[in-house]
Design a protein around this ligand. Sequence first.
Ligand code: NAP
Length: 301
Amino acid sequence: MSAKLLKGTEIREALLAEIKQEVEAIKAAHGVVPGLVTILVGSNPASLSYVSLKIKTAHSLGFHEIQDSQPADISEAALLALLEKYKRDDTIHGILVQLPLPPHINEKKVLDAIDPDKDVDGFHPVNVGRLLIGGKEVKFPPCTPAGIQEMIRRSGVETSGAEVVVVGRSNIVGKPIANMLMQKGPGANATVTVVHTGTKNLAAHCQRADILIVAAGVPGLVKPEWIKPGACVIDVGVNRVGEKTDEKTGRQVAILRGDVDFDAAAKIAGFITPVPGGVGPMTITMLMRNTLNSLKFRLGI
Ligand code: NAP
């Protein structure tokens, strides 16, 4: 393998240490800590495990953390009232509603009711607009794209003037990362192409990329011959391709693969993210940073 591994697990530790230090400094100077509430409706096992990881991370950083668990039959009106309550709560700087919601609740209506100034996931239309405008307008970049940008920044790979190709145009990864990297400013200023299922020659576009970001959800979609030698390859895909027995616990665990043929790609790329352990660990970390930033906006620091 010639590519340098970009490990989200390592970058996460560095970032969390920085956030923790800042939380302590703000607490000492202003007597407040970032506050995060996660609203969980029902008891979907995947949501429970994701929420508990968020809570554990928030606690480890010294955040004021509330897990607000609501029954699966909560009414839409009651959920909207809860969002209004947290909007007015000055100790809360980030509000999350864990998806999916039960079918009797209109998900869009609920997400649109989150205070845009506490929308640390960054999916509220106001924050999508702010991201598009760029610069100082941006408050909460969505967490996975923000993690990708941070990984590229920490790799030392130059984005300014780089050819970036993004495979996928979802609202949570493809569109926001393309938008972020085309902005004028540090860690961006790239020439960005977005490709998708309507693209005629996927391989030709990928072959031009100095930075190739793949978020398609198709295991092994990107072939090694599509990669420009020395390119920085960010594989966002997380695909469950089977199960295996975990050696330590003896439990059945998922076998995960990315969207890039990793072993072959690593011989050609200059930098590459592994799956798992690449982009994945960055998402919750960036959520914590958005929550800290929300408090900083509130304090005007
Ligand atoms: P998504 O909403 O399903 O979007 C996939 C995008 O890829 C679509 O724009 C689709 O094109 C495009 N695409 C699919 N197959 C393609 C093909 N054969 N050729 C070209 N384009 C293709 O997926 P997502 O939510 O962005 O997630 C993508 C992957 O990233 C998934 O594996 C997901 O699990 C993973 N993910 C990881 C994290 C994390 O690590 N923290 C976070 C989010 C997502 P069309 O628009 O034309 O259909």
